[in-house]
Design a protein around this ligand. Structure first.
Ligand code: FES
Length: 160
């Protein structure tokens, strides 16, 4: 969901206040918490926000970019309302996760890491979700779907 100008202004002020708050503690290593805060507020970290963070924290923007692209918790592009994570960990892979993932890709017409044009779905490739007994597994936001077959995907997605 795109932010309004007012929301963007409000979140920017909130982020700057948070940076000042952390700086006032004198603690080192404030980049990660600042980036987590920004990700939570804006839903992703576009270049202008990376620059804002770099200026605020006092580090090169390349450091912010490096962290943003290294950790899966950060995203440079907006994510959809529904995040679909298809597990391709070993247990799921052995039981056909790739076929499930292929079916999700086919149904939505996007690849893992991408978001549908209407901003509704994002597909994520994920390693072990911790419920291997249900393999192959996928989640849509917090809901878990287990023992999946490619034929199940169409109906599951239609419910959203
Ligand atoms: S490997 Fe898929 S849940 Fe563990």
């Amino acid at each position: 969901m795109a932010l309004t100008q007012e929301q963007k202004q409000q979140y920017t002020e909130e982020l700057l206040a948070y940076i000042e708050e952390l700086k006032a503690t004198g603690e080192q290593g404030i980049l990660m918490p600042v980036m987590q805060k920004a990700q939570g507020l804006f839903g992703h970290l576009p270049l202008d926000i990376q620059v804002l963070i770099a200026d605020g924290v006092g580090c090169p923007v390349t450091d912010v970019y490096g962290v943003a692209t290294f950790y899966a918790q950060f995203s440079l592009t907006p994510k959809g309302d529904y995040i679909i994570s298809v597990c391709t960990g070993t247990a799921c892979f052995v039981l056909g996760a790739q076929l499930v993932l292929d079916e999700v890709v086919k149904e939505l017409g996007i690849n893992p890491g991408e978001t549908t044009a209407d901003g509704k779905f994002t597909i994520q490739d994920t390693r072990c979700l911790g419920c291997c007994g249900l393999a192959p597994v996928m989640t849509i936001n917090d809901k878990v779907y287990g023992k999946l077959k490619p034929a199940d995907i169409k109906d599951i997605l239609a419910a959203y």
